[in-house]
Design a protein around this ligand. Sequence first.
Ligand SMILES: [Zn+2]
Length: 350
Amino acid sequence: MKQSHSVALLLFFSFVVFSHSTPAKAHSGTTSQRHVEVRVKPFIDLYFFVYRLASSSDKPPPIDGFAQAIEAARQVPLFTPLKDLVLFNCDSAKAAERAFAQFPETDKLRTGEVIPIRERLVHLSQTLAVIEPSFREKIWPQHKVAIQEAEKRIARDFVPQEEKLFSYFIGRLGMGGSDYVVPIYLVAEGPWPAAFTAQGKLSAHGMCLVNVGALPGASLFAAILHESIHALNLETEGKGNVLVELRSRLLRSGFDQDDRVVREAPHMLVFIQSVETVRRFLDVSYLPYTEGVFARPGIQPLVNIELPIWTAYLNGKLPREKALDQIVEAFVKAQRKEAAGKSQRTGQRN
Ligand SMILES: [Zn+2]
């Protein structure tokens, strides 16, 4: 799932990692309930900055030890250390070393390869400890400015509408009943994807990372909403959740759980719902449907099916049940057409 990293790219990703963390809860009795909590930590910024450099061939900053930290990061896949979400609780490389020292000795990657995860992560944190003071002195001040700019935009444009934004998408996606306040960590630079939600296994609470450097204009707000949808989806996976419902309807219609449609169609609704929420409350000119993630190979057929139907539902022209019926029907039809095309081509060869 590697993609080139560019400023205009809008890419999000949901990833399942395992956690014992406890959820942040809304303060009861407050008049305006917050739904997100923006968090900023220099160490977290350093950590994902190093991963940004590890995923590119860009020259590292002229700081002794940076190249070693980048090399150490290359030895551990980005999402592997996010297990237990302990990284997000760390304020320094020393704290990360203590946390990583508790990791299991080995870990099996998706490829089947077994790596000595604890040793590699402890080494990574030690290399980060070497560069941490220089990073804080020479790089963090500029990163902090970029993050503060984003924070200002969030405070000015997003926060006053937060209640409306959340009640809108929560209502449309059937994700009510949770008072989880979504933690959003902002960083100035990070690897692809530009934003993601890490999830816990036991507690299943999401933590979100948002790379402000890759999210100009309204895409920053769409990213926060997109990741918030992922985080609240984890809190409300029961009855009424549209993403769960769409997936189970596709399975009932004969799709296999490994089919691309089953994997991607509910996620496409997350994209559409977050964009449409931004368009309705924050920036009507925001129309990213032909760029970034929407331009990825194989994605346009999903957009072509889901976008008109879901916006018709959002515009009150279609009940939700009907919208879901129509989306599933369209995917079934497209699959039949594809299968017929394939057998015809096979026939021609015979
Ligand atoms: Zn996503």
